[in-house]
Design a protein around this ligand. Structure first.
Ligand SMILES: [Zn+2]
Ligand SMILES: [Zn+2]
Length: 106
């Protein structure tokens, strides 16, 4: 005889007053569709806009972005082949062609 204990759900928790989005929610929404993402280049430390940088032409592996300061991509970076240095790309990055996200690009 199996009697499963019922999961108590607080009723009415989802009933939020329908109001205008708060400043905070607006800011978060903007965050999702931001146009710039500045990261320091792991090679030369210059900060550059990741979204504006061009992809490199190394198609054998996952292409990386070319740093406008040192003109190098990250394909030769020691961590670039390490699976631990990758995570799933957030939606804002997927819109920019990133299937996965190299942690130095975060
Ligand atoms: Zn660089
Ligand atoms: Zn490359």
């Amino acid at each position: 005889m199996s009697q499963r204990s019922r999961i108590l759900r607080p009723s009415g928790a989802a009933s939020r007053p329908a109001a205008e989005p708060t400043e905070r929610e607006r800011a978060l929404a903007t965050e999702m569709t931001k146009d710039n993402h500045y990261v320091p280049c792991p090679l030369c430390r210059a900060e550059f806009d990741l979204f504006a940088a061009v992809w490199c032409a190394h198609l054998d592996a996952e292409p990386s972005k070319i740093c406008p300061a040192c003109r190098l991509c990250l394909c030769d970076h020691p961590a670039y082949r390490e699976p631990n240095f990758w995570k799933d790309a957030p939606p804002a990055f997927q819109q920019r062609g990133f299937q996965r996200l190299f942690l130095y690009y975060l």
